[in-house]
Ligand binder design. Sequence first.
Ligand code: FMN
Length: 174
Amino acid sequence: MNNKVLIVYFSHEGEAYAGGKIVTLKIGNTRAAAQMIEKMTGADIFRIETVKPYPYSHMETVTIAQAEQKEDVRPELKGNDINVEGYDTIILGYPNWWGTMPMPVFTFLESHDFFGKTILPLCTHEGSGMGRSDADIKAVCPGAKVGRGLAITGSKVNKAEKTIEEWLSSAGLL
Ligand SMILES: Cc1cc2nc3c(=O)[nH]c(=O)nc-3n(C[C@H](O)[C@H](O)[C@H](O)COP(=O)(O)O)c2cc1C
């Protein structure tokens, strides 16, 4: 069967907390993982971006993200015109923000129809793994099959190539 794959990801660039200290990321951890997958699979790739960007500062981003989650907001997306209809499998990359996906990923998932499609979650984190994101994806994507996800420690993403390759292989994508 012809399995058409789309990589969709959200990633924050600027300051990040990694291994106990603040570092500066020119390429976000999730973006680095998504780009590795793009290279390995040749799949199409789409970045989720908000109209109002998150700040450079880690602490400010943490505060905003916490408020957005508490208020259950759906931040407006910039260029959310991707048509997911033609794809069978969506690899969904996001950082763990306060135990689940960043709220813009909820905006994205709720504004497209994933019925009958397979979603493979790829979560980068600094200790809490996928958190409750897996259950949250299932709740907002009725009729989608959510496959086995992969959680990667964000600060070790550049050493995760083999793990990612094995995950893609086990999902039948390589
Ligand atoms: C707002 C915010 C909240 C976060 N919350 C968590 C968390 O609850 N658990 C965790 O393990 N890591 C948490 N992190 C760390 C990120 O998940 C981790 O650094 C990730 O790799 C960042 O990916 P990115 O560079 O693609 O944005 C948080 C980071 C931010 C900015």
